[in-house]
Write a protein that binds this ligand. Sequence first.
Ligand code: UDP
Ligand code: MG
Length: 315
Amino acid sequence: MISIIAPVYNEEHVLHELHRRVAAVMDGVGEAWELILVNDGSRDRSAEIIAELHEADARVKGLSFARNFGFQEAVTAGLDHASGDAVVLTDADLQDPPEVIPEMIAKWREGYHVVYGVRASREGETWFKKVTAAAFYRLIHRITSVNIPLDTGDFRLMDRQVVDAICQMRERNRFLRGMVPWVGFKQIGVEYVRHARFAGDSKFGSVRQMLPFALNAVTSFSYLPLRLATYLGFAMAVITPLAMLSVVLIRLLTPSQALLGQATTLLAVLFLGGVQLICLGIIGEYLGRIYDEVKGRPLYIVEQRWGVQKSGERR
Ligand code: UDP
Ligand code: MG
């Protein structure tokens, strides 16, 4: 069986079309399938539509969160409840075309455990989103020790073994695009064209929405920001004695009144104060995440279920 998981946040206008396209594609594959729709606290009619779809077609299953917990949590809940031998993650908005899924299944049958979709091009997205996304994937690729493939979103097929491994990773502030390559196994990409949204607006279009995602990605997979403080400290420790020496020489060898007064002192103090605050903030970012882990709260709270078992839920 193949499970297809789609997180849903205010997607009332796409769900019927999503079901239609997924059903058309999956009926051609000739394997049992289920479509798990995870309603992430939508404020529109998404929950009712999921209920309707489940009524009409028992292969559509779903659950509703008690509030908006976020994309990563919604996908995690889907993985927890999926019963397929392979699981496909896709966005509900049809930006990831279901027509690519048979290609992924073919690769899976060849023996690959993870088949991820590589965005050969992106349609209907702002240049700002494209530029920041391209920069982000390259940065994260450079600074993490995990080999996170470039231009790859969450659209991917995962074998049951991989899903089980991911389900054991209950970290908060999750970054699934890093967790899947971290797990290992045989992974391969297939290229596809990322289409424009079928309807509705992007929930990750502005800096305010993308920044927390990027921060989670960096802090989950890299200590580089923390090391930056150490590097800066060493740089200062090397530069400062040289500066001291030059001050002494200038005072001894020139009659000028240079380097007197408060301005120089003030600038140095303010500059170092700024650097120290930034370093504290970086430590704070990691500290806050440690605090989240220590609290050990569940990743999501389910309010309603359609065709899935409560026992699927994990903390
Ligand atoms: N989504 C979600 N919870 C959120 C935000 C988004 O479940 O808090 C879902 C959304 O319904 C969609 C997917 O995550 O199915 C991707 O969101 P979106 O298409 O807005 O992001 P983009 O494709 O523009 O990056
Ligand atoms: Mg989208």
